[in-house]
Structures are given as structure tokens and as C-alpha cells.
Design a protein around this ligand. Structure first.
Ligand SMILES: NC(=O)C1=CN([C@@H]2O[C@H](COP(=O)(O)OP(=O)(O)OC[C@H]3O[C@@H](n4cnc5c(N)ncnc54)[C@H](O)[C@@H]3O)[C@@H](O)[C@H]2O)C=CC1
Ligand SMILES: O=C(O)CCC(=O)C(=O)O
Length: 389
């Protein structure tokens, strides 16, 4: 029987080609084992009983009900860093667009008519003067894959870069230019910087972080860039601040009709990750994650379950998704012993309220998954036989 993968958005062919002949892949697939998605919202999606994994070909997972998936034993993956360069390049483009009034100038140049075109240009261009970014202060909120790439590039462009991230990872810190100054509070960024760019996920903590209170702390004429998520910025407060010229420019990848028609706002149609390179990187990583999980039970880059990657050394692998509560391992070992199966290797890791256990064995008792699933605290169990080509 084929392994079924449903694509909910258009996914790069380069990634899809990595599924071999055992897979049935497409948008019309039903009762799927896995879903591949980009930005489509899955909050109202009726997940089939058979569904084991969802891979988000991208970074943000706010379009997926991650906690509900954990409760049902559905592992949600994303592709950290795979589209960071694409977003960084668009943010740099936005930095320049926010400073120099290039877009308005281009529109005006199109509207000019007559033989004295050059004369009209020279007379009118003063309306489109905008400052240089060299030497200006850039505040980067969120120093993950994208934030660090933006901060490092801005340093090279001559900006004085200030970064804020109370949860920065060791890897991100290793990759960051020594010239990026550490802000201890986000208010420091608000007060100090001429340009502010946000690169945090949308969470209850970050939603609405750029609101009237935050904007009031900022310099008059601040330029704000949002290539992370629309709900990080309170739209009404932003429009009000733009009308009062407190905010000089707002450039965002996440617009609305109202925002797009507000002066000094540039709305892009969620283009941050829209490059062939990024689409291929994300699809390739997402397909690899799904295959590793479905074929080997290995979990890489999940947002709701721990990372567990173990080489296959035995004929069978028992994969158990369960609650992170005491005595689970003892219960698994007891059930397996009763079935006369011998454990060759066992790994257990937890993340928050959930845990994952891999048990490698060379023996198989047919109803072992049923016996394991009967135990309180177990969400899902499956056995995978090693495929020898
Ligand atoms: N416009 C687009 O097409 C794209 C947008 N994105 C958005 O950008 C976000 C960031 O992407 P990546 O850098 O790849 O993710 P990442 O996970 O590598 O980095 C996010 C960083 O935000 C930090 N953070 C979390 N809460 C924070 C807070 N309250 N204050 C300061 N820092 C905080 C984390 O510690 C982490 O370092 C994504 O979650 C997504 O929403 C990502 C890719 C494409
Ligand atoms: O797939 C896309 O085009 C959007 C990318 C994105 O927003 C993300 O990775 O968080």
C-alpha cells in the first residue's frame, strides 16, 4: 500500500522528486499519512485518523494548530533557516525602499509627459529625497535565522546594529557579527533606533508588540519593517502613528486593504520566501523530515515533539508518542517482556507535556502496538520494519 502525502500548497518539484515510488503524493490524496504545507491555514482542517506528520515548508507554524496536533500524536515539523536568506534579501530591499522614496519617484516618473521630460525630472525630483542608511541605528528584534542574517548584512552596509532576543540560541549567537550591540530590553531598541525590523514568531507573547505604547517610546520619524507576521503590529495604532508622522514609513509583507492604501506604507504580498532557491530548500528539507519520520521514526526539527534521531540497527522499530508522565518506560518494557520480545536499543526524550520513545528490536509480536496503545498516557504507537533494497 502506498504511503500517502497530501500537498496543501504548491510545493517545489525539487522537493517532491525526493519521494520514491512507494509514495502517492498530490493535492487530491485522501486519508493521508502526512501533509506538506506552506502558508495555508490548517486550523479548521479535519485531520484524518491516519495522519502522522505535518511538515511546514517554511519557518512560521502559526497556520497549524500545533498543540491540538500534539494531543492527537501528529508530529509538526518546520524547516528552520531554509528561507532565511530569501527573507534577509527582501528586508534589505525594504530598508532601502523605506529610506529613499524610490517607489513614489518611479510612479511620478511614469506620469510625466512631453519633450521637456528631463527638465521636469530635474525640477521635481526634490520631492523624493530620502536619507542614507549608512551610520544609522537599526534595531533587530528576534535574532534567529533571519534576524541574525539581517543584522550581519546591515553591519556590512555601515549601520550601527542593535539586537534584542532574550531567548537567543547558542547557534544564532555563534553566527552573529561581533559588531551587533546587545540590547537588554526591547524598550532600548524602541528608544534608540532609527530603523526597527521584527523577526520573531507570532505567539501570545509577541502579538501586538508594536502598539501605541511601543511606538510612543520610539524616535519621531522611525522606519518600521515587518517581515515576520501581521499580528505583531497593532494596525490601528500603526495607521494613527503614520498619520501623525511619528512613524515615517511602515514596510510590511503582511498587509490589509486599509494598510495598503495608507500613505507612507508599502505592502508586499507575502514575498519574503518567494525565491526558487528558498522554495527548493524548504521543500527538500520538509520532504526529508517526513521521510525520516515515516520510514525510520526519526524526528528532526519538530515544533511539538523532541528531536530523536537514531540510526537503524535492528529489523523492527517501535515508535511511541506519549504523555510526559512518570513510569511510562517501565510499562513499555514490561509489556514488551510479556510478549517475549528483546529490546536492543531504547531512547526516550520529552518536550513539554509530550514525549517520544523509540524501541529497537529484532523480534515482532503482532499485537504489540495494540498492547502499548492500551496503556494510559500513550497517544499513538506504530511499528516500522526496516526496508532492505
Ligand atoms: N515574510 C516571510 O515570507 C517569512 C516570514 N517568516 C517569519 O519570521 C519569523 C522568524 O523566522 P526565523 O528567523 O526563521 O525563525 P527563528 O526561529 O530562527 O527565530 C526567531 C527568533 O525570535 C526569538 N524570539 C521569540 N520571542 C521573542 C521575543 N518576545 N522577543 C525577542 N525575540 C524573540 C527567538 O528566540 C528566535 O531566536 C517566523 O516565525 C515567521 O513568522 C519566516 C520566513 C518567511
Ligand atoms: O511559504 C511562504 O511563502 C511563506 C514563508 C513564511 O512565511 C514562513 O516561512 O514563515
Amino acid at each position: 500500500m502506498a504511503i500517502k502525502v497530501k500537498t496543501v500548497n504548491k510545493i517545489s518539484e525539487k522537493g517532491l522528486q525526493l519521494f520514491d515510488e512507494r509514495y502517492e503524493v498530490g493535492e487530491n490524496v485522501e486519508n493521508e499519512d502526512a501533509i506538506l504545507v506552506r502558508s495555508a491555514k490548517l486550523h479548521d482542517y479535519d485531520f484524518p485518523e491516519n495522519l502522522k506528520a505535518i511538515a511546514r515548508a517554511g519557518a512560521g507554524t502559526n497556520n497549524i494548530p500545533v498543540e491540538e496536533c500534539a494531543k492527537k500524536g501528529i508530529v509538526v515539523f518546520n524547516t528552520p533557516g531554509a528561507n532565511a536568506n530569501a527573507v534577509k534579501e527582501l528586508v534589505l530591499c525594504a530598508l532601502f525602499l523605506s529610506s529613499r522614496r524610490v517607489l513614489e519617484g518611479i510612479e511620478w516618473a511614469k506620469s510625466l509627459k512631453g519633450d521637456d521630460y528631463a527638465k521636469q525630472v530635474e525640477a521635481g525630483k526634490k520631492a523624493f529625497v530620502g536619507p542614507e542608511i549608512d551610520g544609522k541605528k537599526l534595531g533587530v528584534i528576534g535574532l534567529g535565522a533571519i534576524g541574525v542574517a539581517v543584522a550581519n548584512a546591515a553591519v556590512k552596509l555601515g549601520m550601527e546594529v542593535h539586537g534584542y532576543d532574550p531567548y537567543i540560541s547558542v547557534n544564532a549567537a555563534w553566527g552573529m557579527s561581533k559588531w551587533v550591540r546587545k540590547a537588554s530590553t526591547v524598550e532600548e531598541i524602541f528608544k534608540e533606533c532609527d530603523y526597527i525590523t521584527i523577526h520573531v514568531p507570532s505567539t501570545p507573547e509577541t502579538q501586538g508588540m508594536i502598539d501605541e505604547k511601543a511606538i510612543n517610546l520610539m524616535k519621531s520619524g522611525v522606519h518600521i519593517l515587518n517581515f515576520a507576521r501581521g499580528d505583531l503590529v497593532n494596525e490601528e495604532d500603526m495607521i494613527d502613528a503614520l498619520r501623525k508622522n511619528k512613524v515615517a514609513r511602515y514596510i510590511t509583507d503582511f498587509g490589509s486593504e486599509k494598510l495598503a492604501n495608507t500613505e507612507n506604507v508599502v505592502v508586499m504580498p507575502h514575498l519574503g520566501a518567494s525565491t526558487p532557491e528558498s522554495e527548493e530548500n524548504c521543500a527538500t528539507m520538509a520532504v526529508d523530515e517526513i521521510r525520516e519520520f515515516l520510514e525510520n521514526g526519526n524526528i528532526k526539527h519538530s515544533v511539538n515533539f523532541p528531536s530523536v534521531v537514531e540510526p537503524r540497527t535492528t529489523t523492527y522499530r517501535l515508535c511511541i508518542i506519549h504523555k510526559n508522565i512518570p513510569n511510562m518506560l517501565a510499562k513499555f518494557a514490561g509489556t514488551i517482556a510479556k510478549k517475549d520480545m528483546n529490546i536492543e536499543n531504547m531512547v526516550n526524550k520529552a518536550k513539554g507535556d509530550y514525549a517520544y520513545t523509540i524501541i529497537d528490536t529484532n523480534d515482532l509480536s503482532e499485537d504489540i502496538t495494540k498492547a502499548i496503545e492500551k496503556q494510559e498516557g500513550v497517544i499513538k504507537a506504530r511499528i516500522i520494519a526496516k526496508v532492505v533494497f
